[in-house]
Design a protein around this ligand. Structure first.
Ligand code: NDP
Ligand code: 2IT
Length: 448
């Protein structure tokens, strides 16, 4: 990967100094700043107006206490976050993550990436992210509901259709969005569907939002393959994770003729060389909320490998869809050595900088998360559009819109990379293309 341009280096040092200990945030910022040297040379007004320094500083950061009672009546205290990063292109937009690893540095890396991702969609959405260090694993439905109600009792005052529109991420799906929407409605006495996305289909949700991130990521990889005169047909694929993004990535890979042989969770891997049985995975994960290891109890031919490394399995296409930094330099080298020709990131920042370097040096098709997984938030924006028009679109119409958006993102990243002298480098393409639109809007809005 290129180094940070000398004109920008000081800005990165400042980010390190101002945000101590937030390593994931530092990583996300560095990856973008490394791409921007040629942009500031071409657009000196971005330097004069200190656009980069302003983009690296969230517009607003909210941190709050979330007290709730567990089923035994014991008081529990978690920490909630909402980082409203950039509103130059629209209301802050981005998911909520409930996971024990959550702290400010994780929310800020996600919020920072979200700004560029949302810009790439071409839709009118700014960037933000939130969440809590709450662990939904092993909690009862009632506990999750009480937590969500307490979380929203603080969050409600900061959000709104024209202000900030949260959605799901790790640990936040349709169930949690439902509890939060109910509490928002109760506190405000307003039926305001546009305040959250990922809602249920009978109360303002959009068809295809559930499938959107996985489908969109697969459409993006399909475009990268097409650009190399190739396709998913007959390809052996790996998809890490077994949550929302992973499930619908597997579904679309199968629809496009690929064969997905493994998925995972934080405890282990399921390897099924006949191709994963997606209906069983949906039953285990979406309906029964059990662990992926149960797959091997039904399918005796499949292997469950506790604590295994999914990237050791030979594949041609890899789609990391679990969490940040799940592919390191060694994993990336293994993938390339085993014949992997395309990597599409369903997750946010799943590859370490060392891993990214391996993929770029090997010149395989590598789609960074902020481009590849943008279909989720893009379909959230389509949900907002339907809510604003009190409308609901068909599955086919919405999926076609999603596909068109992903084809456009691919084309824009591809062409921008060429224009800036880095053909085939989607990291450079996505960062520059996402950045320029935000930067121009910030210049137009003056010093705010
Ligand atoms: P889910 O909560 O539905 O699923 C997450 C999956 O990843 C689970 O299988 C989980 O395993 C695994 N996982 C999570 N954390 C870790 C970890 N620290 N180590 C190993 N495995 C882990 O989340 P999503 O599918 O929604 O999100 C997956 C990724 O996609 C995230 O990076 C998210 O930011 C990104 N994303 C999500 C979008 C969306 O619309 N939902 C949109 C764009 C990106 P376990 O159950 O063991 O924890
Ligand atoms: O990372 C992401 O883009 C998401 N979790 C989805 C955000 C959204 O607002 O739909």
């Amino acid at each position: 990967m290129a180094h940070v341009d000398q004109k920008i280096e000081g800005m990165y040092q400042e980010v390190l100094k101002r945000n101590p200990g937030e390593t994931e945030f530092h990583q996300a910022v560095l990856e973008v700043l490394e791409s921007l040297g040629p942009v500031v040379s071409k657009h000196p007004q971005f330097l004069e107006r200190k656009i980069i320094q302003r983009i690296c500083e969230p517009e607003r950061q909210i941190i709050f206490r979330v007290p709730w009672q567990d089923d035994k009546g014991e008081v529990q205290i978690n920490r909630g976050f909402r980082v409203e990063f950039n509103s130059s292109l629209g209301p802050y937009k981005g998911g909520l993550r409930f996971h024990p690893s959550v702290y400010l540095g994780i929310i800020k890396f996600l919020g920072f990436e979200q700004c560029f991702k949302n810009s790439l969609t071409g839709l009118p959405i700014g960037g933000g992210k939130g969440g809590a260090d709450f662990d939904p694993k092993g909690k009862s439905d009632d506990e999750v509901m009480r937590f969500c109600q307490s979380f929203m009792t603080e969050l409600y005052r900061h959000i709104g259709e024209h202000t900030d529109v949260p959605a799901g991420d790790i640990g936040v799906g349709g169930r949690e969005i439902g509890y939060m929407f109910g509490q928002y409605k109760r506190i405000t006495n307003r039926y305001e569907p546009g305040v959250l996305t990922g809602k249920g289909l009978t109360w303002g949700g959009s068809l295809v939002r559930t499938e959107a991130t996985g489908y969109g990521a697969t459409f993006f990889v399909n475009e990268m393959l097409k650009a190399r005169k190739d396709s998913f047909a007959g390809k052996t694929c790996l998809v890490s994770g077994s949550g929302n993004v992973a499930i619908y990535t597997i579904e679309k890979i199968h629809q496009l003729g690929g064969k997905c042989v493994a998925c995972s969770d934080s405890n282990g891997i399921i390897y099924d060389e006949k191709g994963l049985d997606l209906e069983l995975i949906k039953q285990i994960k979406e309906v029964e909320r059990r662990r992926i290891s149960d797959y091997a109890k039904t399918h005796k031919h499949a292997k469950y490998i506790a604590g295994g490394n999914i990237w050791d399995i030979p594949c041609q296409v890899a789609m990391p869809s679990a969490t940040q930094n799940e592919i390191n330099g060694k994993d990336a080298a293994t993938l390339v050595k085993n014949g992997c020709i395309a990597v599409g990131e369903g997750a946010n920042m799943p590859t370490t900088p060392e891993g990214v370097k391996v993929f770029l040096d090997a010149k395989i098709a590598y789609g960074p998360g902020k481009a590849t997984n943008a279909g989720g938030v893009a379909t959230s924006a389509l949900e907002m559009q339907q809510n604003a028009g009190r409308d609901s679109w068909t599955f086919e119409y919405t999926e076609k819109k999603l596909e068109d958006i992903m084809v456009n993102i691919h084309r824009n990243c591809f062409e921008t990379a060429e224009e800036y002298g880095a053909p085939g480098n989607y990291v450079v393409g996505a960062n520059i293309c996402g950045f320029i639109k935000i930067a121009n809007a910030m210049v137009a809005h003056g010093l705010v």
